[in-house]
Design a protein around this ligand. Structure first.
Ligand SMILES: Nc1nc2c(ncn2[C@@H]2O[C@H](COP(=O)(O)OP(=O)(O)OP(=O)(O)O)[C@@H](O)[C@H]2O)c(=O)[nH]1
Ligand SMILES: [Mg+2]
Length: 444
């Protein structure tokens, strides 16, 4: 998601680390490189400038200049400034004192409003707050149907033209939708509106009218992060008319350079509340500034990873795994079982980005999900004993396994090596935070 930016910043810090002493001159040079990295990631020009000012102020403080570990100090300063740029605190959706909470979604055409409506509904449902979806897009014939299909797939009721009659306008649909939600004791109502290709007055007027009538507790601006600076520009125009209360960045799984994520809060003054990382309804993450900053700096985001894992791993099994790991009895059999579970969690490269240091350790390793097929084939070609005691894998055994799995000895070597470095990483992580780490351990 922020791969390129992460790489560039890592270069800057590595250079600094290589220097015994830090001077104002090499701080200046680092700042210039950070600036270049930010602009390349499509961060808003002014946002980048004020960010660098803040970093410079702290970096030229005496502590850093005297420090023996300038690289680390800089990482910390940049991390803290990123957190503050991204909004410091996670800002949850504001819930109404008297339900239902009304959430209005706005944004340009195709930015992902309807998909996000489904994701948010599923999220509320999982947390025990019965949601209700309202299809207030009457312009695109398929819009109502799209939301109904999504709602149907997660068993959440959808209200739209079928309930109001064909000539209702969006304002009317919203009004009656909220009423219906209240009557049926739903706790959250999500109003999905129509998008336009570009900002036009008609659309804005309609949204302003819906806002005035419904007094939504949250107005979430949905932004396509692939649009980079254009998304940020659109956000400020929407903010002028609608004073939305938060934003959502979609398509963060694409090749977006991350600039929108880094600029939108600073430019609009409103927090980013969610990011979307895929088309499926599970691909939703709450936006935690500190975790995102860590991810950008290649420090990983173990907490999000654990949360994702908790959704797919069976708790009891995970505890057994943890015990095995502690006893160093984690085998290729367990590895294979974990791979199967990981496959359920989402695209591999996304997950890897959340593991501290994994970006570098696993660099060059093919993160294509098909790589699993090969890995499984290799493990399947091992004998039961080899899976449990990989240390007995000598040259001739490796050759046999390669033949059996239709791979090369190099492939087998690579897997064994990866397996060993995973064991090592897992051990380090389990020392860091016992208990809380258990779900993430098996595949770290
Ligand atoms: N890869 C990826 N695709 C997404 C994401 N969110 C939405 N999409 C896709 O983007 C396209 C548009 O999404 P919609 O939810 O229909 O967008 P919309 O804002 O409701 O569009 P309109 O109703 O036409 O204004 C669909 O093909 C979605 O599957 C995401 O986070 N990642
Ligand atoms: Mg839509």
């Amino acid at each position: 998601m922020f791969d390129r930016l992460t790489e560039r910043l890592d270069d800057v810090f590595r250079k600094l680390r290589g220097q015994g002493r830090i001077t104002e001159r090499n701080i200046d040079e680092s700042l210039r490189e950070i600036r270049r990295a930010l602009l390349e990631a499509d961060v808003n020009f002014q946002v980048a400038r004020s960010f660098l000012h803040a970093v410079r102020d702290k970096a030229t403080g005496r502590e850093v200049l005297r420090s023996l570990t300038p690289g680390q100090q800089m990482v910390k300063i940049v991390h803290d400034e990123l957190v503050s740029l991204l909004g410091r605190q996670m800002e949850p959706v504001k819930l109404a004192d008297h339900p239902p909470t009304v959430i209005l979604l706005v944004g340009l055409q195709g930015c992902g409003k309807t998909t996000f409506a489904g994701k948010l509904a599923l999220d509320f449902k999982k947390r025990g707050r019965p949601p209700f979806l309202v299809a207030a897009d009457v312009y695109r014939p398929a819009a109502d149907e799209q939301l109904r299909t999504l709602g149907g797939s997660i068993e959440v009721p959808v209200f739209g033209l079928a309930e109001t009659g064909e000539d209702a306008d969006p304002v009317e649909i919203c009004r009656r939708g909220v009423e219906a939600a209240r009557k049926s004791n739903r706790s959250v109502v999500i109003l999905d509106t129509a998008g336009r290709l570009s900002i036009d007055d008609e659309m804005m007027d309609e949204l302003v009218e819906i806002r005035a009538l419904m007094h939504p507790h949250e107005i979430l601006f949905v932004a396509d992060s692939m649009l980079g600076q254009d998304a940020v520009e659109t956000a400020s125009r929407f903010y002028e008319r609608l004073a939305f209360t938060g934003s959502v960045l979609t398509k963060m799984d694409g090749d977006a350079r991350g600039g929108a994520a880094l600029s939108i809060r600073e430019v609009t003054g409103q927090p980013v509340k969610f990011i979307c990382t895929g088309e499926g309804l599970e691909a939703l993450e709450t936006f935690h500034p500190d975790r995102i900053a860590s991810r950008i700096l290649g420090m990983g985001d173990v907490v999000s990873l654990v949360e994702k894992a908790e959704q797919v791993f069976d708790g009891e099994k995970a505890e057994k795994m943890e015990a095995k790991l502690r006893q160093e009895a984690f085998s290729f059999d367990d590895f294979r079982e974990q791979l199967q579970a990981i496959k359920k969690m989402g695209p591999l490269d996304q997950l890897m980005g959340m593991i501290p240091g994994a970006g570098k350790t696993l660099k060059g390793v093919q993160l294509d999900d098909n790589a699993f097929v090969q890995v499984e084939a290799i493990i399947n070609s091992m004998t039961a004993k080899e899976r449990v005691q990989p240390q007995i894998l000598n040259g001739s055994r490796r050759q046999r396994i390669a033949r059996g799995s239709g791979t090369t000895v190099q492939d087998v070597n690579r897997l064994v090596k990866q397996f060993q470095s995973m064991q090592k990483m897992v051990k380090q992580m389990s020392r860091m935070k016992p208990g809380r780490m258990k779900m993430s351990m098996p595949f770290a």
